[in-house]
Design a protein around this ligand. Structure first.
Ligand code: C2E
Ligand code: CA
Ligand code: CA
Ligand code: CA
Length: 275
């Protein structure tokens, strides 16, 4: 048994070395990819629940590795965070999103995901202001999506960063609400423009009374506090009907559209598509 135990340990550490090795390789390749145009953005429409019109589009990072093909964003974003590359990658993403949004109708906003480390770095205000200036995008058209992970550190400082960012005239959205370290007291200190209910609640709402009650509670809170409530991960007409009934103000999900390439979203927006 001892023999076997050691074998398992060896097996695990070999596996771990390989995983570490793999991440190191990806980190090296990501460093190179930052200058080579391998990082692109896909865009997923967000609709008004009352009119069915597209009101904004979420930018989602894509990395097509020359040998390995597409790498999931959750993976390469976390590699970028660990390897100290997130500031540079984040700037690149913001810049592409603002540039591409300049080609869309003016009433369409663009939402960009922001990693907690980008906020904690302390220069996000300057970065955003600079990118708005060089691209010419109106601040009214930019939304930043932040997650609860942001508030694990330096909470007062973090809220001051958000206050300052908002003086630019941009919107701040709370993403993936309800699954991380959610605290209702965040809303006491900061009024987000919108709250995005995590898609796990949407997925379970028709089967789980708890999920559906949580969605209703978030909608009630959002409505009282003047925050829009976005349901993401909407995949079926039944979910849509329940979410509209619950009072969600905006909807996003495969039911309406998968994330689209830059040229596709542009064509879709210029055709004034409605769902
Ligand atoms: P997220 O911000 O919560 O983005 C939503 C994810 O759900 C996206 O996955 C989207 O493609 C997927 N999705 C949208 N509708 C549906 C649906 O109806 N059903 C299902 N099953 N999934 C749906 P994606 O593109 O793989 O991104 C995963 C995560 O990676 C994002 O979650 C976000 O946390 C992170 N991420 C992506 N792009 C960026 C970025 O530019 N910067 C940062 N910091 N993080 C990013
Ligand atoms: Ca998001
Ligand atoms: Ca989300
Ligand atoms: Ca997520």
């Amino acid at each position: 048994a001892k023999q076997q135990g050691r074998g398992i340990v060896c097996f695990f550490s070999a596996e771990m070395d390989r995983a570490t090795q793999d991440r190191r390789e990806l980190e090296r390749d990501l460093r190179a990819a930052l200058d080579s145009g391998e990082i692109t953005l896909a865009y997923q429409p967000v609709l008004s629940a009352s009119t069915g019109q597209i009101t904004s589009v979420e930018a989602l990072a894509r990395w097509h590795h020359p040998v390995r093909g597409p790498i999931p964003p959750d993976l390469f974003i976390s590699i970028a965070e660990e390897g100290g590359l997130i500031a540079q990658l984040g700037k690149r993403i913001l810049r592409i999103a603002c540039e591409e949004a300049m080609d869309w109708p003016e009433h369409i906003k663009v939402a960009v995901n922001i990693s907690p480390m980008q906020v904690h770095a302390g220069d996000l205000f300057k970065v955003v202001r600079h990118i708005l200036t060089i691209t010419g995008l109106s601040p009214r058209r930019l939304q930043l999506e932040v997650t609860e992970g942001l508030f694990l550190r330096d909470i007062d400082h973090t809220f001051r960063e958000l206050d300052q960012l908002r003086t630019l005239g941009i919107q701040i959205l709370m993403d993936d609400f309800g699954v991380g370290y959610s605290s209702l007291s965040y809303f006491e200190r900061f009024r987000f423009d919108k709250v995005k209910i995590d898609q796990s609640f949407v997925r379970q709402m028709l089967a789980s009374q708890a999920s559906s009650a949580i969605i209703q509670a978030v909608v009630g809170l959002g409505t009282k506090l003047g925050m829009g409530v976005v349901a993401e991960g909407v995949e079926t007409a039944e979910q849509m009907a329940a979410l509209v009934e619950a009072g969600c103000t905006h909807l996003q999900g495969y039911l309406f559209s998968k994330p689209l390439r830059s040229a596709e979203i542009k064509a879709c927006l210029l055709a004034n598509a409605r769902f």
